[in-house]
Design a protein around this ligand. Structure first.
Ligand SMILES: [Zn+2]
Length: 249
């Protein structure tokens, strides 16, 4: 079944010693916009944990880390959420939660709305308020018809698709997304401070340094785009010549 297009990577988990063979399509790897594919691998013994690996276009493992000790959630059914509102709406919803600190969700089916609200509370923790039925929220979103943000959803789409494809249990899937989105929220705040406190224009190298290598380039672009959507004057304060500004923001 394996063609020359397929790349096989072997990796051993430091938690449970399980050995995995990951098969990746070379064309898919080379067409990855960031040049790095992030793949979560789920293990169940002795307790559910995730081995997450970053693989570059040459098939080299660029990073590997473990997500463990996360709560085993009951009642947050990712399958049901995805079946009801679809992966595209969920992706847009996650993007808006990066932009706004407080949102109000509504929808035809209150049970589904509640389920999605619980899911988002797990992913974002205290960083965002998902206040059902509250008047004070700046934004109200219909869970089955989320508007398109004015920035690229490429990173969020790829993370979500990779998670859904590779992770079976809702608890592990949420733990993976929480790990991703908590990092984005952290650096949204860090970058905002950096942009406010500097007089010169910041470059991509500056942002890589500020993020201590914890963000890929396309994640940095996502965060700058989110900051722009949050009302920060990003275009005037960054100098990133390798990207067309129109595409970036
Ligand atoms: Zn393991």
């Amino acid at each position: 079944m394996l063609s020359s297009q397929a790349l096989v990577i072997k990796i051993k988990c430091t938690i449970c010693s399980a050995e995995n063979e990951i098969c990746i399509d070379r064309v898919e790897l080379e067409s990855e916009p960031s040049g790095v594919v992030r793949i979560p691998i789920e293990h169940f013994i002795p307790q559910p944990h995730l081995l997450v690996i970053d693989i570059d276009a040459h098939g080299t493992i660029r990073g590997a880390y473990i997500i463990k000790d996360y709560p085993l959630l009951e009642g947050v059914l990712m399958g049901e959420i995805l079946d009801t509102i679809g992966i595209s709406n969920l992706s847009k919803l996650l993007a808006w939660l990066l932009v706004y600190d407080e949102v109000d969700l509504y929808g035809r089916n209150p049970d589904v709305t509640k389920l999605i609200s619980t899911f988002l509370s797990h992913v974002f923790g205290n960083a965002r308020k998902i206040s059902l039925g509250k008047e004070k929220a700046r934004v109200r979103l219909d869970v089955s018809n989320i508007p398109e943000p004015e920035f690229s959803l490429s990173v969020i789409n790829r993370r979500l698709q990779s998670a859904v494809k590779n992770i079976k249990s809702s608890s592990s899937l949420i733990a993976f997304l929480k790990n991703e989105f908590e990092r984005y929220v952290t650096y949204i705040n860090v970058f905002e401070e950096a942009l406010k406190s500097t007089k010169r224009r910041l470059t991509m190298d500056d942002f890589i340094r500020i993020s201590e290598g914890k963000l890929q380039r396309d994640e940095i672009k996502l965060i700058l785009a989110v900051l722009k959507a949050r009302g920060i004057d990003v275009s005037r304060k960054v100098e990133i010549p390798e990207f067309k500004i129109a595409e970036l923001f």
